[in-house]
Design a protein around this ligand. Structure first.
Ligand SMILES: NC(=O)c1ccc[n+]([C@@H]2O[C@H](COP(=O)([O-])OP(=O)(O)OC[C@H]3O[C@@H](n4cnc5c(N)ncnc54)[C@H](OP(=O)(O)O)[C@@H]3O)[C@@H](O)[C@H]2O)c1
Length: 344
């Protein structure tokens, strides 16, 4: 059968543009024994994909030029020769950026992670998009940073960068639920207002309008006990002089470096790591997937209780995915971009 997929046609320098991608028709071979055909319903675009656009990255498989891309997606089995999956099953995979795909249900991409297989998803009361949104990798990253990787006690101060981003906004709310004192930053007054009005945060600043170090100094009079770093080395460096002894920086990602080649040429204030006996640790949600059920229960419970707000930015049609991705990297909107490929 014929289907459509988005391919990468050029490796961009700087911020990617929708024209770095193209929508093509491809022929899927007939299903072999043990295979199934999946129709994708929703896909997600995420910052790590910017690194996949480069030829050489240290921890991501680069995307091929003019070939299929990968990314989180949720779809429905529409034909099956696999006894473990039947027509109608909802499955989560890393086979986004395409309308249909065929699989034997095994590993789809060569990363070491349980998230790589096609996984059945059938929680009561959870919509397909929730698996990529509320329960998707950004929320799991926020949860693992604040709950599982956190070394803070209630009342202590956590600084979360990119507070209006998906990881950031979920992390801010989970930190509030756990009684931490939350300080956060965002890139526009509108985003700052959203964090203040929607979540009741009272220590938020626009990092484009004032020096980060000065803003943090006035908002963290008791010092900083935990940093959840989403943004980049500029923000992280500004936190270090304010950190209390023996505290931790958790790095979920450094998005400001992704479109500039990923190199960090200087790291101001690094001496405070030694002076304050700090721990700096990069982490990934995949290493905590043994706690997937607990995380999902908590996230759903908090959402249903009205304590966790999850904002989505829906886009319609597979062809909208490149625009959604490029806009997200530029911070042009806030909330989780989710692309609807087919009707649920
Ligand atoms: N470790 C993991 O397992 C994992 C999983 C998911 C995500 N992450 C990481 O978590 C971070 C946030 O991801 P997300 O999915 O929640 O994306 P996001 O925050 O929803 O979207 C990206 C945001 O980054 C900010 N940004 C863009 N360029 C920036 C720059 N040069 N300096 C500072 N901020 C910039 C923009 O917000 P402003 O307008 O406020 O600047 C933009 O809205 C990323 O670093 C990502 O790599 C890690």
């Amino acid at each position: 059968m014929l289907t459509q997929q988005i391919q990468l046609t050029a490796r961009p320098d700087g911020f990617p543009k929708p024209t770095d991608f193209r929508l093509v028709e491809v022929e899927l071979p007939a299903l072999g024994p043990g295979e199934m055909l999946v129709e994708n319903l929703w896909m997600s675009v995420d910052p790590y994909m910017r690194r996949c656009m480069q030829e050489a990255t240290l921890d991501q498989q680069p995307w091929p030029l003019n070939g299929p891309l990968n990314g989180p997606a949720i779809g429905r089995v529409i034909e099956s020769k696999n006894e473990d999956f039947k027509c109608g099953d909802l499955v989560e995979s890393l086979s986004g950026w395409q309308r249909h795909f065929a699989t034997d249900g095994g590993l789809l991409v060569p990363f070491e992670s349980p998230f790589n297989s096609v996984v059945k998803r059938s929680l009561q009361g959870v919509s397909p998009r929730d698996y990529l949104g509320l329960l998707g990798l950004a929320s799991l990253t926020a949860y693992t940073g604040i709950v599982l990787g956190n070394t803070c006690q209630a009342g202590e101060t956590v600084v979360i960068s990119s507070g209006a981003g998906t990881v950031g906004s979920v992390a801010c709310q989970i930190a509030q639920i756990r009684g931490l004192c939350v300080v956060s930053s965002a890139g526009s007054d509108e985003k700052v207002r959203w964090l203040t009005d929607a979540f009741g945060l009272d220590r938020v600043f626009n990092y484009r309008k004032q020096p980060i170090e000065l803003a943090l100094a006035s908002l963290c009079p008791e010092g900083i006990d935990l940093v959840l770093e989403n943004a980049g080395p500029e923000h992280l460096s500004a936190c270090l002089p304010l950190m209390n002894e023996l505290k931790t920086v958790l790095i979920s990602g450094l998005i400001s470096t992704y479109s500039t080649g990923g190199k960090i040429r200087s790291f101001p204030n690094f001496e405070f790591v030694l002076d304050r006996f700090l721990t700096i640790r990069a982490y990934r949600y995949m290493d905590f997937l043994q706690s997937y059920d607990v995380m999902v229960n908590d996230l759903l419970h908090w959402r249903d209780e009205g304590r966790l707000l999850f904002k989505e930015v829906p886009y319609e049609g597979l062809e909208a995915a490149p625009q959604a991705f490029c806009s997200m990297l530029r911070g042009e909107s806030y909330g989780k971009p989710l692309i609807q490929i087919s009707v649920d």
